[in-house]
Design a protein around this ligand. Structure first.
Ligand code: FAD
Length: 399
């Protein structure tokens, strides 16, 4: 029961839950053990309309909206707190930026196949010199040469790079023009000059959401694969993160619930000093904090999603939802280590894996410190986070 949801939301959530419990959950352990990326699941997520939830019918979307997308992502995340990252990348960050900034031809060739689950996308902003200062550390260059752009440089930590078909790549087109000197390009992984190295990650982070390092050596990109205008890249990246942050917040919400359920089960059954450890008040403190904070985070995420549905500027709310929910889940993961004692470090329970996922959510799409600074500067009146007010195109078209 959730008082924020109506019957349509509940139906959408329940069908996502049925799918995720039937077609994802039973297979997750095998996929992770075999290091296999379940591409076929993306086809199914596309066919069932989950990937296209926030997209207009004109590009193949189902127009279910952001709140429903969050509900579906939460269910995928409850079935697999890892796989939901890949889901988000193909339902939110990459295709939403393409919807808002791409041409009709780019929608046909890349966006529609992505939300149908036929094409796997990725979002390539971070470089080896650092992710938080994405602009200052960007060394990748694109230089115009006749009808093409020629791309040189590299990206790191790019989720799905080893299995994806296309990357949304940000490169400097004018190194002296600050944030107006960055442009966005659609780069195919089979373009000559593109190579990918799978990154070695902590256990559990490498198979369902494989990150890769991408190198670009004299890659020729036809001019019609620039997204937006020359110099729009940084704005596009920031706009994409508005959506990505709701997605990461939702992943944290799911991870937090999985953590919570493990803790409650364990505290109800593990005995010490003649009783279940759940009877000790110091353990109860951890449980009380995690169940309360998870519900508080849920409210913030639903509010951010509803703001997107109403076409209200939602940069601030999305950042707050991502920052808060990731902190909550990270705290819960640390509490889990305490509740599980030594067993938290064994392979018998997935606790270390969940801790890694919680840390990842604090880091990606705006590290905790960076969001904290932005939220404080907004609150202090130094710089409004909603100043760009880039509204969701589907809402614009309806209004
Ligand atoms: C598994 C995984 C998947 C990822 N997927 C993608 C992807 O698909 N696409 C993509 O583009 N990137 C991706 N990333 C990269 C991610 O976005 C970056 O890791 C993140 O932006 C932080 O950058 P960094 O790791 O280089 O840390 P740094 O920027 O070097 O920061 C290191 C630490 O310093 C802190 N810090 C930095 N600046 C400040 C400051 N001004 N004040 C206070 N503290 C500060 C940060 O909060 C952080 O804790 C992924 C990362 C991981 C681990």
């Amino acid at each position: 029961m959730n008082v924020l949801l109506d019957d349509t939301n509940l139906q959408f959530r329940d069908s996502a839950r049925a799918f995720a419990q039937r077609e994802i959950k039973p297979f997750v352990q095998d996929w992770m053990r075999d290091g296999a990326f379940p591409r076929q699941i993306f086809k199914r997520l596309g066919e069932l309309g989950f990937l296209g939830a926030t997209f207009p019918a004109a590009v193949g979307g189902t127009e279910a909206g952001f709140l429903n997308l969050v509900l579906a992502a939460e269910q995928v995340g409850l079935a697999s707190p890892s796989l939901v990252t890949a889901f988000n990348m193909n339902a939110m960050t990459t295709p939403m930026a393409l919807l808002n900034w791409g041409t009709a031809a780019q929608h046909d060739e890349y966006l529609t196949p992505m939300i149908k689950g036929d094409l796997i996308g990725s979002f390539a902003l971070t470089e080896p010199a650092g992710g938080s200062d994405a602009l200052g550390s960007m060394r990748t260059r694109a230089v115009r040469d006749g009808d093409d752009w020629v791309l040189n440089g590299s990206k790191v930590f790019i989720t799905l790079a080893p299995v994806a078909d296309v990357a949304f790549v940000f490169a400097k087109t004018d190194p002296n023009a600050g944030h107006k000197g960055v442009s966005a390009f659609l780069v195919r992984y089979d373009d000559p000059g593109v190579s990918v190295q799978r990154m070695a990650m902590a256990p559990g982070l490498g198979s369902l959401i494989p990150p890769g390092e991408i190198s670009f050596t004299d890659v020729r990109i036809p001019a019609d694969r620039i997204v937006g205008d020359v110099g729009d890249g940084f704005k596009i990246a920031m706009n994409a993160l508005d959506y990505g942050r709701i997605a990461v917040a939702t992943k944290s919400l799911a991870t937090g619930q999985v953590i919570r359920d493990h803790c409650i089960d364990y505290a109800q059954t593990r005995r010490a000093f003649g009783q279940e450890i759940g009877h000790f008040q110091l353990i109860q403190g951890h449980i009380a904090d995690m169940v309360t904070e998870i519900e508080a985070g849920r409210g913030l995420i639903y509010q951010a999603a509803a703001a997107h549905d109403q076409g209200v500027a939602a940069t601030r709310l999305s950042a707050m939802a991502k920052y808060y929910m990731a902190e909550v889940t990270f705290r819960a993961a640390n509490s889990t280590m305490e509740i599980f004692g030594g067993y938290g470090l064994t392979a018998e329970y997935p606790i270390v894996h969940l801790l890694h996922l919680a840390h990842l959510a604090r880091t990606g799409e705006g590290a905790a410190n960076i969001l904290r600074i932005a939220i404080a500067e907004d609150a202090l009146g130094f710089r409004s986070m909603d100043r760009h007010n880039i509204r969701h195109r589907a809402v614009l078209e309806r209004s």
